[in-house]
Design a protein around this ligand. Structure first.
Ligand SMILES: C[S@@+](CC[C@H](N)C(=O)[O-])C[C@H]1O[C@@H](n2cnc3c(N)ncnc32)[C@H](O)[C@@H]1O
Length: 295
């Protein structure tokens, strides 16, 4: 077998991710986060794949993802099945089953609730306001830094915790003797809680030059949850570079791949802007007058 080259971190590579990744070393990436082209949906923009052929198209790519992901790493796949012939197509469900056969664990499913979804009326369905973010892993024990994404406890603490029952105030042991209990009393003095698996984020509204760009906060959240500073984040369908920008901002190493040269250039530009912003911020921090300088 040909020797694999070293990992090309902090770069955007133009090409078919399936081919490009063949040159990456095994077990070398901490997080793969991506939104692949939708089945058939945006033919004009970057060529659609028919829903019936989607699984066969995608599986050789996930085979590469599986090989290059570290055993403690995570793969987040943002995807939503298209409506074909009046019903939801089953290619996402079929893909999950095939990926499990390939060796993946389907560990979790996050819901991205799109807070600002399009207004409209359809005869047989309501406004589509959510997408799946499927989580896959290579093993049960993977890196997860839940403390990095904690959220304010909010009103729940004021109302629910004020009216605790006696059981709530003691440790409420599991009825099935699992050793776990909800232990609500533990949360009494805290102002932060772990978040749920539903992400309430607006879709991208700024002027990114891509018709299907992530909001920056989506990759940012997963990067914080599954990697530490210096970790390697790959987006094999990077589009306008959102995941790479998020990774760079959070001091992770990024790799972005896209088959479309225009999008690769766009990503490079976004990353360059990010670099300039960081330099400006640093310079500004040196110039900021200290409280003493007013005396
Ligand atoms: C849904 S978009 C990704 C958008 C991205 N999340 C963003 O924030 O801009 C999917 C991208 O996959 C790219 N693409 C399609 N087939 C590809 C392939 N085989 N290898 C790499 N990129 C591909 C398309 O050019 C497109 O930019």
């Amino acid at each position: 077998m040909a020797s694999r080259s070293i990992l090309p971190t902090d770069s955007i590579i133009c090409g078919d991710c399936e081919q490009v990744l063949k040159d990456f070393p095994d077990d070398s990436v901490d997080l793969i986060i991506t939104s692949p082209p939708y089945a058939d949906a945006r033919k004009k923009a970057y060529g659609g794949i028919h829903p019936n052929g989607y699984v066969d198209w995608f599986l050789p790519k996930t085979e590469q993802f599986l090989r290059i992901l570290r055993p403690t790493g995570t793969f987040i796949l943002n995807i939503k099945e298209k409506v074909v012939g009046g019903e939801r197509h089953t290619y996402v469900l079929e893909l999950i089953l095939k990926m499990r056969q390939q060796g993946w664990l389907w560990t979790e499913e996050f819901v991205w609730h799109k807070k600002n979804c399009y207004p409209g009326k359809w005869p047989n369905r309501l406004r589509d306001a959510w997408e799946r973010c499927l989580q896959f892993n290579k093993q049960k024990k993977f890196n997860m830094y839940q403390d990095k994404v904690m959220v304010p406890m909010g009103d729940w603490a004021k109302s629910r915790l004020r009216n605790l029952s006696d059981t709530d105030k003691r440790r409420d042991e599991s009825k099935v003797q699992s050793g776990f209990g909800k232990n609500i009393s533990n949360w009494l003095a805290r102002d932060k809680a772990y978040p749920t698996n539903v992400l309430h984020l607006a879709t991208e509204c700024s002027n990114r030059n891509h018709s299907a760009a992530f909001p920056l906060s989506l990759p940012e959240w997963f990067i914080k949850l599954f990697t530490e500073e210096g970790g390697v984040v790959l987006d094999p369908f990077v589009g306008s570079g959102t995941s790479a920008v998020a990774a760079k901002r959070l001091k992770r190493r990024y790799i972005g791949i896209d088959i479309n040269m225009g999008y690769c250039t766009e990503s490079e530009k976004e990353l360059q802007n990010e670099e300039e912003k960081a330099i400006l911020e640093k310079t500004y921090s040196y110039c900021r007058p200290s409280p003493m300088s007013h005396r």
